[in-house]
Design a protein around this ligand. Structure first.
Ligand code: GLC
Length: 603
């Protein structure tokens, strides 16, 4: 940070009361606070949790909401200093909350594209669509290195290999933050640290690793991110060797802030300190003293303020710690130019016509093409000629909600085509180029007829999920085991399933394939999923097989490659398991996957 900013920060902090300082350390959810309360309590930030949208979730309603919070926060009177709030969202694959946004492939697909230049362009377009809503800050990029695909957040990870995540981290931060000017938003690299390394892939579970391994696998991507100027870091729910990251003074205050010289601010995850102790009063001091600067408190922000005020007065939280937190928050707000920006309603990108534009969607369409991985292509059945008589079937063929996955309009994602406005389903993309293509009425493929169809495309896989609700947990004992290893509380959400075998997880998929192959019609299978799954039976029954991950709103990118307008270029950034017990990653002893890291066929 430059000396001007330091001077501005010192001038302002000297004028602040304890209440104003503690207010800056609070981020709360839009449904828990009014603009008037933002002013009254000097709140530093407001957020939208996944799917938390104003009114009818229209762009202009987002701008109006942000404008109202902004205006309240910069009002000046004898009891209130004008310090603009910073509004945060989970725009993790485009501004995925807002109706009509361009929704990019989730990170697992971008990892398969292995194209850092593309990543920076994706980030730049995402920044403009975030700014269009009057929002300044996104909780992205996720730098998780997912080591066990049972984890419900595997799709938020670029790769099991830190090398790809390292290659992307700085580029995505640069794409979002740029020159910290009009076209920029504040990034938030997350989750610090070891989120992708938990035992059995349990979300928010226990990461048991030596410090060297933690450094090699999970800390490594934060170096390029910090070098690129990442302004905020989010702490992770998981524990490291039994101690929760949210209370980990060594990891936060020492490793991140002192050893790695991170000089932005650190934010907790959603009520993340609540799991440190049965006593919320104690948890507040544990989180602040560990080095967290801003606290994402979804509802109980007044008790947080009361408890922290008491801790400062009683000395259990030193004033120096409060001042360090507030200086960091103010430094970021000054560095981002927040004090000099016009109000959200008057900014250049607010309500901009480029939001969800074809120009932006073409970048997403390119990302879709590059994310696809061809795993099998028997007798070179692909690319398909556009005049073929094609039956398109499967539950994910005509469902933009399913192809977007979690954190899309709603936290847990949506189903059907009405919520993701703009864009194309995979079927719509096929229909646009193949005049003789037909969509199976109920997706079952039962109408397959060798006299009418000479090939089928079947789109199968997972339905949307997010966070722990995407976990594959092979038994309740794993939760007891994880909980018994940590000092603190484990938040457990209902898992997605109890097996990595697709034929057991979604038996309807193999059934569709067989409804068609039993008529002598070859099947090209596309898997929509947030992770590799055990697909041996579906693979054997298919003539060709494509991993399509979670492609987002631009399904037509899939047709571009299936019909040969573009070639496959995607390579697996995650090892593909041969059986349900295979959790090996590239480089592990006994590594023997069905398809290895880096695998991908082409025409
Ligand atoms: C969630 C996630 C985090 C997200 C935050 C705000 O629990 O862990 O990635 O940014 O809450 O929605």
């Amino acid at each position: 940070m430059n000396s001007d900013i330091t001077g501005q920060v010192e001038t302002l902090i000297r004028r602040m009361t304890l209440a104003q300082k503690i207010g800056q350390m609070v981020q709360t959810e839009r449904m828990a606070i009014t603009p008037e309360e933002v002013k009254e309590w000097h709140i530093g930030s407001v957020l939208s949790g996944g799917g938390s949208c104003p009114g009818d979730n229209q762009l202009q309603e987002w701008v109006m909401m942000n404008d109202a919070y902004w205006a309240a926060s910069v009002e000046t009177d004898e009891g209130h200093l004008p310090i603009p709030i910073i509004y945060g969202v989970d725009a993790i694959h485009g501004n995925n909350n807002v109706t009509g946004a361009t929704i990019f492939p989730h990170n697992i697909g971008l990892g398969a594209a292995n194209d850092p230049d593309l990543l920076e362009r994706v980030a730049r377009v995402s920044a403009r669509e975030i700014l269009a809503a009057g929002v300044d800050w996104t909780f992205a990029p996720t730098l998780a290195v997912a080591r066990n695909s049972q984890w419900g957040r595997t799709y938020e990870s670029y790769s099991e290999d830190p090398a790809i995540v390292c290659a992307y981290a700085g580029r995505f931060v640069s794409g979002l933050q740029g020159d910290l000017g009009t076209d920029s938003v504040v990034s938030c690299v997350k989750h610090w640290v070891g989120d992708g390394g938990t035992t059995d892939g349990i979300d928010q579970g226990e990461t048991t690793l030596s410090e060297d391994e933690l450094e090699r696998l999970h800390i490594a991507p934060y170096y390029p991110a910090i070098d690129a100027g990442a302004l905020t870091v989010m702490v992770s729910f998981n524990s490291w060797n039994g101690d929760k990251c949210h209370g980990h003074k060594y990891l936060v205050n020492y490793v991140l802030k002192e050893r790695m010289q991170f000089d932005g601010f650190v934010i907790s995850d959603w009520d993340g300190i609540d799991y440190l102790s049965e006593s919320y009063y104690d948890a507040v001091a544990m989180g602040v003293n560990a080095g967290i600067d801003m606290f994402m408190v979804s509802e109980h922000w007044q008790p947080f303020i009361k408890h922290l005020s008491h801790h400062v007065v009683s000395g259990t939280v030193p004033m120096e710690r409060i001042d360090d937190a507030v200086r960091r928050i103010l430094r970021v707000k000054y560095a981002f130019g927040l004090f000099d920006k016009p109000r959200p309603a008057e900014r250049y990108w607010s309500n901009h016509t480029s939001f969800g534009s074809n120009e932006h969607r073409e970048v997403a369409r390119e990302a879709v093409r590059k994310s696809l991985v061809l795993l099998k292509n028997e007798d070179s059945i692909l690319p398909l000629a556009k005049d073929r008589k094609i039956l398109v079937a499967g539950k994910n063929a005509d469902n933009t909600g399913h192809q977007c996955g979690g954190f899309s309009i709603a936290w847990q994602g949506t189903s059907g085509n009405e919520f993701v406005v703009g864009g194309t389903s995979i079927w719509e993309g096929i229909k646009q180029v193949a005049p003789h293509a037909e969509l199976s009425a109920d997706g079952s493929g039962k109408e397959a007829d060798p006299h009418q169809h000479d090939v089928a495309i079947v789109v199968i896989g997972e339905t949307p999920y997010a966070e722990g609700m995407g976990d594959i947990r092979t038994g309740e004992d794993v939760i007891v085991q994880a909980g018994s290893q940590i000092n603190g509380l484990l938040k457990v959400l209902e898992p997605y399933g109890d097996t990595m075998i697709l034929a057991d997880l979604h038996p309807e998929d193999l059934e569709v394939i067989k409804n068609i192959t039993s008529k002598g019609i070859p099947v090209i299978t596309l898997l929509i999923s947030g992770r590799p799954l055990v697909i041996n039976r579906e693979l054997d029954a298919s003539s060709a097989f494509v991993a399509a991950w979670l492609p987002g709103s631009e399904g037509q990118g899939v047709a571009d490659v299936l019909f040969g307008d573009e070639d496959f270029s995607g390579k697996l950034s995650f090892s593909w398991p041969k059986d349900p017990d295979d959790r090996n990653n590239v480089g592990d002893e006994g590594y023997d996957p069905l398809f290895p890291y880096g695998f991908g066929l082409a025409y």
